[in-house]
Design a protein around this ligand. Structure first.
Ligand code: PLP
Length: 379
């Protein structure tokens, strides 16, 4: 199989699986248990927390484990709205956020909030000034992702963070960093964000574990999941120890090889741009600059994306149509770019990881060219 869908999820390295297996089989005590094995596990969880916090550049005491990026996004948004319930009921976001953010905001709209969605420019960029101009005296929260999961643009979270307090000192800032974590340089502490969401399965960790950083301005974020008081009372539910161990191991592995991996991803992406651009009717959608190195969206204009994905799949090549989360519907991100409908309907996303080789890209480019030459385009 040629796997070019690392933005959807990533393969788990053997060392991560081994670490998790060891925890599942041999270190299964509940960290809340009163006996020695429980105490040892509690210490272990704190060590793993330090590893993940180190990669995000934040104090471990401000990082809580969650079940996934989706939970982190929902929690951050709800906790920000609760903390700023007296500030107002207005939220600023972008039209190209992940559905984990947009659907949570939709619920809040049903509860009486108003939401301003800032549109991207035609190249997918989000203008920091446009976001800041949308902030009002009653804006409780700004939520802007770090890297767009469909087109790879890197958004100006730090600039928004640096200027937001000058516009409204009460407004809190959340960034969904699920696609940016360990893919683009980023420091949670220095970004000015009050909430940062990450997820393990995008960086070689297991599915079912993520983390949320909450800055000092929100001392005690209101739990999304109240209960037994784990995670310093912030997030209840017995700690998913094997998942947390796997998350920390994946972070360790990625950090140890970070410069080489980044260089490799840049080379792979450049190779993909070169080979794919030579295919007639193929248009590169992702921007050349201000982009994460692992995502490349292209449009084989005239050939429906779903057919391309199926055809490539039959040849053992995995790519996605827009975003895996949209299940065949035209993605809101692609729509927001304002491209002609024929271009929109043909957008596919290739995404890369440390395991991706030049040969993988060559095989994908050859398959796309065959698709172009042998299949009829839509009318
Ligand atoms: N945010 C972004 C930008 C994502 O790409 C994803 C997953 O695709 C998520 C949130 C959701 O993360 P998870 O799958 O861990 O719930």
């Amino acid at each position: 199989m040629i796997y070019l869908d690392h933005a959807a999820t990533t393969p788990v390295p053997q060392a991560v699986a081994d670490t998790m297996y060891d925890v599942l089989r041999n270190q299964y005590a509940n960290p809340s248990a009163q006996y020695r094995a429980g105490y040892d596990m509690r210490i272990q969880v704190e060590e793993w927390r330090e590893v993940v916090a180190g990669a995000l550049d934040c104090p471990p005491s401000r990082l809580s484990f969650t079940s996934c990026g989706t939970e982190g996004d929902a929690w951050a948004i709800r906790a920000a709205c609760w903390r700023n319930r007296r500030v107002g009921r207005h939220i600023v976001t972008t039209a190209v956020e992940h559905n984990a953010v947009l659907e949570t905001l939709k619920q809040l709209q049903e509860e009486g909030y108003s939401v301003t969605q800032v549109a991207p420019r035609a190249d997918g960029a989000i203008d920091a000034q446009a976001v800041l101009s949308a902030v009002r005296p009653d804006t409780a929260l700004v939520s802007v992702m770090l890297v767009n999961n469909e087109i790879g643009n890197r958004y100006p979270v730090e600039e928004i963070g640096a200027r937001l307090r000058g516009v409204n000192p009460e407004t809190l800032l959340h960034t969904d960093a699920v696609q940016g974590f360990l893919k683009v340089p980023f420091s949670a502490k220095a970004s000015g964000a009050d909430f940062v969401t990450v997820s393990a399965h995008k960086i070689g960790g297991p599915k079912g574990i993520g983390a949320l950083y909450v800055g000092e301005r929100v001392k005690n974020p209101r739990p999304l999941l109240p209960g037994g008081g784990q995670e310093a009372g912030r997030r209840s539910g017995t700690e998913a120890t094997a998942q947390i161990a796997g998350f920390a191991k994946a972070v360790e592995l990625r950090r140890a090889a970070l410069p080489e991996t980044m260089e490799h991803l840049r080379e792979i992406r450049a190779c993909a741009v070169e080979l794919l651009s030579a295919i007639p009717d193929l248009r590169v959608i992702s921007p050349e600059t201000d982009s994460a190195p692992h995502i490349l969206a292209v449009s084989l204009t005239g050939w429906p994306a779903a057919n391309i994905v199926t055809d490539l799949s039959a040849q053992g090549i995995c790519v996605s149509a827009g975003s895996a989360c949209h299940q065949g519907r035209l993605s809101h991100v692609v729509k927001a770019l304002g491209l002609p409908p024929r271009v929109q309907k043909s957008v596919i996303r290739l995404s890369f990881g440390p395991e991706t080789s030049r040969a993988d890209i060559e095989a994908c480019a050859a398959a796309l060219r065959r698709h172009h030459d042998e299949r009829l385009p839509m009318l």
